[in-house]
Design a protein around this ligand. Structure first.
Ligand SMILES: [Zn+2]
Ligand SMILES: [Zn+2]
Length: 374
């Protein structure tokens, strides 16, 4: 099949509306190939869209699944750099926002992207509106702002053509009953601090920022190197220490070691520019929880007794050591105490008062001020 070459006058015809993509559609049903405006394409698969959202929903909340889709489509948008360069080479000069509208116009005419109306544009902020997107129709039953595909797409295109990082929010969505889908894209920094705070606020999950290179033997979590380890390392380490020094001192050593680690972890967050003590503590709790160490059931603060009570589900040690008839979470107790010490700059003592391994429903920790203690 001889395919049409797309030139400057074709782009101009599309932009001005003199032509639409129907004139540039070529389908070779024998080869199973469809081309539109010079690019291999396919029809809009609603079931693929739905499957994507639902795949992420199996391990995330709906809100975070939308974020994961956004992240994926960011990469799709980043791929528009090539088209932008080609257009420039043809001598067509478009502002980033105009280029964005062209991308969506081309997509929309093929049944994908939304036909956007540009509400406002400055160098650092763009507001776009459309009556509805295809994902807001497909995912309407979720009844929340679902347009992660368009958010990511907008971010990716804007990042590709400006060379700066963009972040896009959806302020109105057809899927939650609004009169339109409205997107606000801002040029922002994409610092460690910014990403970490989004995780603490619940707007992102750490999975968005895991960079796993299994073939190189490397994993990074927001630019920090991390490792995966099997959970049984906790029972193995405890047994080995208990054999050499006895069980009680082994618990003490673990407590102390993890307390130092908790403190160091908070120091690292401080170096990254986080200063608020509550944010520091929340950040550490959230990160360890999302890394699989435990799930936080509740945190309580008793002002009169200056005591923080933390209730956790499936701590790494109670899961690793199963039922042993006694408290086993020395590492976790140390970690929690270290986080509180580091974040608030006080001296505390962490004690596990209930433990799943002892037969309690959850593991409960008390973190007490130890001013005056030795
Ligand atoms: Zn929407
Ligand atoms: Zn426990």
């Amino acid at each position: 099949m001889d395919r049409k070459k797309i030139g400057k006058e074709d782009f101009e015809a599309i932009i001005t509306g003199k032509k639409d993509v129907r004139e540039y559609m070529e389908a070779d049903t024998v080869m199973g190939e469809t081309f539109c405006f010079g690019v291999r394409t396919a029809s809009n698969p609603d079931y693929l869209t739905k499957a994507l959202y639902e795949m992420y929903e199996t391990s995330l909340s709906r809100k975070l699944a939308v974020q994961a889709v956004r992240n994926l489509y960011r990469s799709v948008g980043l791929g528009s750099g090539g088209l932008n360069n080609y257009i420039k080479k043809l001598g067509i000069n478009l502002t980033p926002a105009e280029f964005l509208l062209l991308v969506f116009k081309l997509q929309h005419q093929q049944g994908w992207g939304a036909p956007f109306e540009l509400v406002s544009q400055t160098e650092k902020k763009i507001i776009l509106r459309t009556s509805k997107t295809f994902e807001s129709q497909v995912m309407k039953e979720w009844k929340i702002p679902v347009c992660g595909i368009h958010r990511g797409w907008i971010e990716g295109v804007m990042t590709a053509v400006t060379g700066r990082n963009w972040f896009c929010l959806e302020t109105k969505c057809y899927a939650q009953g609004d009169d339109c889908c409205e997107f606000v894209a801002d040029q922002t920094e994409s610092s460690w601090k910014w990403k970490a705070q989004a995780i603490v606020r619940g707007d992102s999950a750490i999975t968005e920022y895991i960079e796993h290179k299994p073939l190189e033997g490397k994993i990074k979590l927001i630019d920090d190197p991390v490792v995966m380890m099997p959970r049984f390392i906790f029972s193995s380490m405890m047994n080995s220490l208990a054999k050499t020094m006895g069980e009680v001192p082994a618990g003490g050593v673990n407590y102390r070691a993890y307390m130092d680690m908790g403190k160091e972890n908070v120091e690292h967050y401080k170096k990254m520019g986080i200063t608020n003590p509550n944010t520091l503590a929340d950040m550490a709790f959230t990160f360890y929880s999302q890394m699989g160490w435990f799930r936080i059931i509740k945190m309580e603060w008793n002002e009169a007794e200056k005591t923080k009570t933390i209730t956790l589900e499936h701590t790494v040690e109670s899961e690793s050591m199963a039922n042993s008839g006694k408290n086993v979470c020395f590492c976790t107790a140390g970690l929690l105490a270290g986080i509180v010490e580091g974040a608030f700059g006080i001296k505390v003592r962490g004690r596990e008062i209930k433990c799943r391994s002892k037969g309690d429903e959850h593991c409960v920790f008390e973190i007490k001020n130890r001013v005056g203690d030795t």
